[in-house]
Design a protein around this ligand. Sequence first.
Ligand code: IMP
Length: 425
Amino acid sequence: MVFVIQGTQRGDEGKGKITDYIAQKMDIVCRFQGGNNAGHSIVVNGNRFALSSLPSGIISSNITNIIANGCVVNPDALIKEISTLKEKGINKFNLLISNKAHIIMPYHIDLDGAYEVLLGNESIGTTKKGIGPCYMDKASRIGIRFCDLLEPEYLKKRLTTALIIKNKELEMCNKPTYKFEDLYSHLLELAKILKPHIVDTSIVLNEAINDKKQILFEGAQGTMLCLENGTYPFVTSSSPIASSVPLNAGISPKNIDKVIGIVKAYTTRVGEGPFVTELHDKVADNIRELGHEYGVVTHRPRRVGYLDLVVVKQACRLGGIDYLAMMLVDVLTGIKSLKICVSYELDGKIIDYVPSTISEVTRCKPIYKDFCGRDEDISNINNFYNLPKECQNYLNFIEEYLKTPIAFVSVGPEREKTIIKKDIF
Ligand code: IMP
């Protein structure tokens, strides 16, 4: 079976936990887009692992972890992430990096920061990890790929070409330029370390599909951050929607069996951009503290709001989501009255989709349905029907509204704090 995990909101939905949970039954876990702008926290036996570039299956030693062609990778950050895992006792893992994946170069990081400064009030609030500039070079055909690391003479040519353009751009942004020799020798060093991991991962994935292996494609970020379908320009530079898996991993669209949409029980956003259900009150502060709503990558406090089902409905439509995983449900403990946004009012009209322009989204007013909150601690409950009635009502409404079954309810960060409502296997 081939599964896809898709974030249905704006990232940080808790995908890492469900990926890690499902990964235990998988042969392969594969990242197919994005880079170390993503931050996944996984808690195993009380140990918290913060992953950025590595697939979430990396903690389980018997899983093959793939970084596919649609990803962009900062090799220095990747090597650092691997050593942090080793320090925490994770020594045995199997990591494959697509030879077609693009390398985030130091000048991408400099330019990411420089563009944000130039944009001033119009800045995106990127993670400044060089993601956008790396994808820009991919599209401009001056990117450097992992396969180039394996051919030093060709690498020379590629780097020379890239630097002609990149150094000019850096000069325009008043940033220091790069010397060819420095970058080239560093890339050769990286090549020595990473060579055993670099392969054509499309071939590996297709063989695994033919052998009927269990494969999980792990999306980073969320649907509203999708370059194609999100709230552009406040988006990332790749597509985290299930439909981007085939292209970004080199498999056929016919091979995807099930898509699991990850939904946080409320909404958060990091970075700039409109946020229809955003709260600026005590409820937001409580949720932020209880849910540890601070970025794994940038440590920025996340903006917080009520659950917006207009957004999640759009994600279900775009991704063909088969099952939902409801995350961080325990965080809503103690909130007396809850609301779920069920539609928007835009210029006097009621709509149930996210409009395409930022000015329209900014004018949208949320229409809410009210729900009773609850005080009981639910973190030790392991059966859906033992959850307080108020909590069941909240979740049942989501299921009915989205016409999609809930398979998982997460009531705490640990693997075992996961209620299985429906078996997806
Ligand atoms: P970039 O991906 O660093 O270019 O950032 C573009 C936008 O996506 C910014 O608003 C970021 O805060 C947001 N973003 C990127 N990665 C994540 C993520 O993993 N979770 C939540 N937001 C993200």
